[in-house]
Design a protein around this ligand. Structure first.
Ligand code: BGC
Length: 757
């Protein structure tokens, strides 16, 4: 290969076919090496074509069913191959550290064991179809605010015990590629971090695949030497890419050894060979299977939905719930997925309103009230570049900025919405960005005083086709009118069901944990008007629920994918029994979380952030500090009930086998996620969790059935990271073992001796 041919593998190019994927490498026709197309993202395949829009990865994790992660991966693998792609930019497996995190929906859990199982099985599924998976974003990309600038200061024990296990699990599952992160870790950029890339990943873990940068995360040509193999960015937008002319120069003048480039190219080609891409796999692609994909999407949504409250058996709905009000914008326009690079154009998506109406049958009377509005009307700018419907159309590759003013009629919260399919758009009010989105739709509110305000619009078309963006707003008067109408409707029915949602997206975190767009007020007002109110949440992460005591039931499906409506209807009517459990703690308020109250811990000060909670992430912090959460890690209700008994713990293969009986004590068949936690070792001086999840099993039981369940606790789950030696070490001595249905409901307890072997 010539130097130029080698260089063509390590830097993003523009796809001449413009299929809408995120990245493209041209290959070397002279040598019969094909092109390589790389596509987002975790919840399906994002190209200029519809695809199976799977539930958000956090919904997948909430199933606690690694087999479903395999099925989920297989759908992505087949879709990706069928849509002419070769590499999937997924899964994401950063730990949920910060409840505000803008990408919490795209990842799995606050717990490394759950994340490890999910990531490994999803990768196996994706790659079983011949699509190369990419685990991302290595490492410590645990927030979106200042994601490009923040330097995460994290101690070795915390990194090895909390963030890294799932990445190592991905490597052990044979992942072909890894994406390094925007943020820095302990003073070095994620993509120029010799310790993380050459040290831990390539040497300690013996990773054989290649490392690509997150889009625009390369900072120097020498990142190649630090272990980065491929510089990715939105081709065309980066004027002077690091791994093109500058790298050629550095190799020619000998300041970077050509061996480093050879290694990078060999890693990429090695995976292309492994996946048959050098033997014509690109020409033999499967057809899509949209029906099969939709089935998996629905199974995951049904199995991952978490029933958070069900007072007096309000759910499932029965024949006597025959006068129902369906309320909320997301009941009519289904909330399929989150925003940013993860957004997928679904093959089809029914609205919850239609799915429930169909399931309720002809005898039921269903009324709908929006209860709120996030689209509203075109931004009434003084000097507007927008059409009367708020639209703006731009050709491919173009961008536009426009400054104008807007007159705010009365002080209050105004909702700004940017709809930007295949493009990027933002609205800035008085110099502060209020809403921005790449590829999707986003709404965000701003508190504005009456009078004139400056508005800056920005729009650019990222992909190879013209795009129409839309800029709109909703005034407080419009919100109040919609709420009043919903209350009037709720008063006339037996059962109001309010659908509430949010719009999480990469690039920004939530500013708080409340529902946006006055939805807390909507739910409260409806519940005040009718005590039978049921809430369905299509939200991306934990939220606070000031109205919780007023409503009868809460079902959280996160972003449930293209068949979310069908799944929701079946769950509400008890055709399936809810069995999802939370993979993250829900706090009572934004001030009662592991990162609250200290900007140095989150979101960072002057781009410096210290993970001062150490290993006490998620439930580990709630347990250590005795803080009561709104809903604990591992929590989730069922329409039946379970009883645990007869705990036995025995040592086996360096780990433990934990057996117990589980009985379905209710009147319906159901599934329980039985969880095993282990306590600290008495001889360890490093910080340790009061209890950590060490194993689990999702068990199906017929009504009345009892089974003996055995959960394996691997030896690794009994180890801790010994900072002095920089290695894993068994935490020996007498250790507690707890078993139950959540991290805060552990009816079985025993003690067991753990020895060094
Ligand atoms: C995101 C990645 C994504 C990439 C390509 C970045 O902004 O952080 O997760 O894969 O864009 O779209």
């Amino acid at each position: 290969m010539t130097l130029d041919e080698k260089l063509s593998f390590v830097s993003a190019q523009v796809d001449p076919k413009g299929l809408g994927e995120a990245g493209y490498i041209p290959g070397v026709p002279r040598l019969g090496i094909p092109e390589l197309r790389l596509t987002d993202g975790p919840a399906g395949v994002r190209v200029n074509h519809h695809a199976t829009a799977l539930p958000a990865p956090v919904t997948l994790a909430s199933t606690w069913d690694p087999r479903l992660a395999r099925d989920y991966g297989q759908v992505i693998g087949r879709d990706g191959r069928a849509l002419d792609q070769d590499v999937q930019l997924a899964p994401m497996t950063n730990i949920i550290r910060v409840p505000q995190g803008g990408r919490n929906f795209e990842t799995f859990s606050e717990d490394p064991l759950v994340s490890s199982h999910m990531v490994a099985n999803e990768i196996t599924g994706i790659q079983s179809q011949g699509l190369i998976a990419t685990v991302k974003h290595y490492a410590e990309n645990n927030q979106e605010d200042d994601r490009m600038g923040v330097d995460v200061n994290v101690d070795a024990q915390t990194m090895h015990e909390i963030e890294l296990p799932a990445f190592q699990a991905a490597v052990q599952a044979g992942v072909g590629a890894l994406m390094c992160s925007y943020n820095s870790v302990n003073g070095k950029h994620g993509c120029g971090n010799d310790d993380l890339l050459n040290g831990i990943l390539k040497t300690q873990w013996a990773f054989r695949g290649w490392v690509m940068s997150d889009w625009g995360a390369t900072h120097a040509t020498t990142d190649l030497v630090a272990g980065l193999d491929q510089d990715m960015f939105t081709a065309g937008l980066q004027p002077d890419p690091y791994f093109q002319g500058a790298l050629k120069q550095a190799i020619t003048d000998g300041s970077i050894p050509v061996a480093a480039l050879d290694d990078a190219v060999a890693r990429i080609l090695g995976q292309m060979e492994r996946f048959g891409l050098l033997d014509g796999a690109a020409e033999h692609r499967p057809a899509r299977d949209p029906k099969g994909g939709a089935k998996v999407a629905q199974r995951v949504a049904e199995s991952g939905a978490v029933l958070l409250k069900n007072a007096g058996g309000a759910l499932p709905l029965t024949a006597s719930d025959n006068r129902i009000a369906i309320i909320g914008p997301s009941a009519k326009t289904p909330k399929v997925g989150g925003g940013g690079s993860s957004s997928v154009t679904p093959d089809a998506a029914t609205s919850p309103l239609d799915a429930i109406t169909r399931r309720a049958g002809a005898r039921a009377s269903i009324t709908y009230a929006a209860g709120g509005d996030t689209t509203g009307v075109a931004l009434p700018l003084a000097d507007s570049p927008l059409g009367s419907d708020g639209t703006l159309t731009l050709p491919a590759g173009a961008y536009k900025t426009a400054r104008s003013t807007i007159t705010v009629p009365a002080t209050g919260d105004y909702i700004f919405t940017v709809n930007a399919p295949g493009s990027y758009g933002s609205v800035t009010v008085d110099g502060a960005k209020v809403a921005d989105t790449a590829y999707g739709t986003v709404s965000a509110s701003a508190h504005l005083t009456a009078g004139t305000h400056t508005i800056d619009l920005f729009a650019t078309v990222l992909q190879g086709a013209p795009a129409t963006l839309r800029f709109t707003w909703v005034t407080p008067d419009m919100v109040t009118a919609a709420r009043n109408q919903a209350v009037a409707v709720a008063k006339k029915v037996r059962t109001p069901i309010v659908f509430a949602y949010d719009d999480l997206t990469e690039g920004t975190d939530r500013t708080g944990l409340s529902l946006p767009f006055s939805q807390d007020e909507l739910i409260s007002a409806v519940a005040d008007a009718n005590p039978n109110t049921i809430v369905v949440l299509n939200t991306g992460s934990s939220i606070t629920m000031p109205w919780l005591s007023k409503v009868k039931a809460v079902l959280d499906t996160y972003y449930p994918g293209e068949n979310g409506a069908e799944a929701t209807a079946r769950l509400l009517y008890g055709d399936v029994n809810p069995s999802g459990k939370l993979t993250q703690t829900f706090p009572t308020s934004a001030s009662a979380t592991p990162v609250a109250g200290d900007p140095k811990a989150y979101p960072g000060v002057d781009h410096q952030e210290t993970y001062k909670e150490g290993i006490f992430v998620g439930y580990r912090w709630y347990d250590k500090t005795g803080t009561t959460p709104l809903f604990p890690f591992g929590y989730g209700l069922s329409y039946t009930s379970f009883a645990y008994g007869d705990l036995r713990v025995r040592a086996s293969h360096g780990g433990l086998t934990v057996s117990f009986t589980l009985k379905n004590t209710g009147h319906r068949d159901g599934q329980e996620v039985a969880q095993v936690y282990v306590g600290a070792g008495p001889n360890v001086t490093e910080p340790q969790a009061v209890r950590k999840l060490a194993g689990y099993e999702k068990v199906f039981l017929h009504a009345g059935q009892t089974r003996t369940v055995s959960v394996r606790v691997d030896a690794q789950q009994l180890r801790y990271w010994d900072t002095r030696t920089g290695s894993w070490r068994m935490a020996t001595g007498t250790r507690g073992v707890w078993v139950g249905g959540s991290s805060r409901d552990l009816p079985l307890h025993a003690a067991t001796a753990v020895s060094a072997r």
